[in-house]
Design a protein around this ligand. Structure first.
Ligand SMILES: Cc1cc2nc3c(=O)[nH]c(=O)nc-3n(C[C@H](O)[C@H](O)[C@H](O)COP(=O)(O)OP(=O)(O)OC[C@H]3O[C@@H](n4cnc5c(N)ncnc54)[C@H](O)[C@@H]3O)c2cc1C
Length: 265
């Protein structure tokens, strides 16, 4: 790890000023990804600006049909929140299935979404639930936010402050977890709205994506049978030591079916 300095500002404005003043400074939330990257010398920030306790990035509320979750909310807090469990129980379950207790005690919603790991769970919930990513300067639709492997629409010193999830009528998330880390080998989030169904797939490809063929079929008829013949093409999917592309394609259909079987009882 290269030397760096650490700051814990008391207000969002102070954090933004610190980031604007030093292009080599990086925001720190749970540190579950950034600190290992620094230890492996894959990242070498001059300063870490700790966001974890900023009051502007904390809290959970329901506001006009949306569930708004602060970026600094840790996975365990989202999993245990009575507000999240009532408004969007699938999101609470997703958060409760991330990694292990240590990771859930430190990792945050904002850190996970900003990082956009191809196998992370939250991006599937954000994309399926028509979420808006709220930053210190604008609001970005989920469809425009996730742009590629570890790549998002965020500017260099732009901070996520909250995520605004459109509350669906029904939702479920199913993942086939990588046994050691808990990351999604493939995970599928299904969200049903009055005007259609959204299906987001994580872990299978370099970036989370919407499975539009499944969405169209489920928007016509919301039942496992509606997608019985639909398969995800393996072309372009991830292939590594954990699973070949064809296996991930198969898992996507299995996870989709499991989610639907839970929702269509
Ligand atoms: C052993 C292990 C197992 C894991 N298993 C899973 C799993 O099963 N599923 C899963 O989804 N994830 C998993 N994770 C990832 C983890 O859950 C965290 O979500 C992830 O590491 C990022 O969140 P963080 O708060 O730790 O962010 P950090 O590591 O603090 O930051 C990550 C990146 O985001 C930037 N950043 C942080 N906060 C903001 C913000 N508010 N605005 C803009 N940029 C920001 C940082 O500068 C950095 O570039 C695992 C991690 C570990 C170490």
């Amino acid at each position: 790890m290269y030397p760096f300095t650490y700051q814990r500002p008391a207000a969002l404005s102070d954090a933004l000023a610190a980031l604007a003043a030093d292009p080599e400074a990086r925001p720190l939330s749970g540190g579950m990804t950034l600190l290992p990257s620094m230890k492996m010398r894959l990242a070498a920030p001059s300063q870490l600006i700790d966001l974890a306790r900023l009051p502007e990035l904390r809290g959970v509320e329901v506001e006009g049909g949306a569930l708004v979750v602060g970026a600094a909310m840790r996975h365990v807090e989202v999993a245990d929140s009575a507000v999240v469990r009532a408004a969007l129980p699938a999101l609470a379950a997703l958060a409760g299935g991330i990694g292990d207790p240590q990771v859930r005690a430190r990792g945050t919603l904002g850190g996970s979404v900003a990082n956009n790991d191809p196998a992370a769970d939250y991006p599937a919930g954000v994309l399926a639930c028509r979420a808006e990513v709220v930053t210190d300067r604008r609001t970005i639709e989920a469809d425009a936010f996730f742009q590629g492997m570890f790549t998002t629409a965020l500017g260099a010193d732009e901070l996520i402050t909250a995520i605004r999830f459109a509350i669906p009528k029904q939702a479920a998330y199913e993942k086939f977890a990588q046994a050691a880390s808990g990351y999604a080998m493939t995970g599928v989030f299904v969200a049903r709205y009055d005007d259609g169904v959204r299906v987001a797939v994580t872990g299978a490809a370099p970036c989370v994506f919407r499975w539009t063929e499944a969405e169209a079929a489920l928007s016509r008829r919301f039942a496992p049978e509606a997608v019985a013949q639909i398969r995800l093409p393996a072309d372009g999917l991830n292939a590594d030591q954990h699973a070949p592309a064809a296996y991930r394609a198969h898992l996507a259909h299995v996870m989709l079916t499991r989610a639907l079987e839970r929702l269509c009882v």
